[in-house]
Write a protein that binds this ligand. Structure first.
Ligand code: NDP
Length: 317
């Protein structure tokens, strides 16, 4: 049952703990991170067996770096049996947008477009794998799903791609939002995660039958103490984990989030394509997984086709 999985964003948080879980279950991990030295130190601190990890460099916000990374992975002798798109930036306090080398707003560029391109470039290698259960997984989130309470919070606005006129216009600065409207950094993150969940559905529709690859997304719970929240106000960082532990009950440790990702990568229980996984009783190790319904926009086939086609244009393939 062992295989090789590529995970992006492995220097901290969910990605790092996913490596820990998968290595301990005998998998080989191709760790794709911005800063390999930082990542190695983080892995050593968790005593992750370095013999089971191959490091490759990637900056998901730069499509040229994504292409270079994909070339390096293609040339690795081992097969690639699974891919976990985990890296993300969350920059809710930006006054002005940060723009990627290709001219795109950085949260959408990193979280969605970088991963979208990586998947396109690695699909052939995953198709070539003879592993009995090949999988492509993207981390989604509750705040980008209006079917859940967390997705209804209007701070600064719920995820909404609108008519995708920002993508259609080429998404070049000064256009910074998928819907072509005013820049809202917190919403840019949610929109990018909505694109992640839409991508999984569209991959399933287009490729599952012909390739037998399993495509799924997941929300492991609120991992409130990862560095993802490093750009939120200090008071928020102090209160948020307590709030999620004591009030909402949504808090999940990094260790448990990593275990959940590992299960979605390798367990027969998660061998279902085109679905979004979530867990009830989020804080408990025996909390049961279930298939979470997604918002109308995330499930809409016309929107998904448009996101796919426009993303193909934006990553230039
Ligand atoms: P972290 O900030 O701990 O991890 C994010 C990782 O992404 C880091 O390794 C970071 O590396 C990497 N990264 C950021 N930008 C880039 C880039 N341009 N190129 C390559 N790598 C990059 O956050 P989490 O572990 O919390 O988040 C992981 C995933 O889980 C995200 O997709 C997030 O949306 C999702 N998620 C998290 C939840 C939570 O409550 N924490 C809840 C739901 C979903 P670096 O060290 O270089 O910055």
């Amino acid at each position: 049952n062992h295989g090789t999985v590529l995970i992006t964003g492995t220097s901290s948080g969910v990605g790092l703990y996913s490596v820990k879980a998968l290595v301990s279950k005998g998998w080989h991990v191709v760790s794709a991170s911005r800063d390999i030295e930082k990542t190695k130190l983080a892995m050593d601190a968790l005593q992750i067996n370095s013999d089971q990890v191959t490091h490759v460099q990637i900056d998901l916000g730069d499509l040229e770096s994504v292409k270079a990374c994909a070339r390096e992975v293609q040339s690795l002798t081992s097969s690639l049996d699974a891919l976990v798109c985990n890296a993300a930036v969350y920059l809710p306090r930006l006054k002005d947008p940060i723009i990627s080398p290709q001219g795109y707003e950085i949260s959408m560029a990193t979280n969605h477009l970088g991963h979208f391109l990586l998947i396109q470039l690695l699909l052939s290698k995953i198709k070539d794998s003879t592993h009995h259960s090949r999988r492509v997984i993207i981390l989604g989130t509750v705040t980008a799903n209006s079917k859940e309470l967390g997705g209804k919070i209007p701070i600064p606005a719920p995820a909404d791609l609108g008519d995708l006129s920002g993508f259609e216009a080429g998404f070049q600065f000064p256009v910074t939002m998928a819907n072509g409207k005013k820049f809202k950094p917190g919403k840019a993150y949610k929109d990018s995660k909505l694109c992640n969940m839409i991508t999984v559905r569209e991959l399933h529709r287009r490729l599952h039958q012909s390739s037998n690859i399993i495509f799924s997304s997941l929300y492991p719970g609120c991992v409130a103490d990862t560095p993802l929240f490093r750009n939120t106000p200090k008071a928020f960082q102090a209160i948020f984990p307590w709030f999620q532990k004591s009030i909402t009950g949504g808090y999940v440790s990094q260790e448990l989030a990593g275990e959940r990702v590992a299960d979605v990568v390798m367990s027969p229980t998660f061998a279902q394509s085109g679905v979004h996984w979530s867990w009830g009783n989020r804080q408990r190790k025996d909390g049961k997984q279930f298939i979470q319904e997604l918002s109308n926009q995330a499930s809409d086939e016309v929107t998904a086709k448009k996101v796919w086609d426009l993303s193909m244009n934006l990553v230039n393939i």
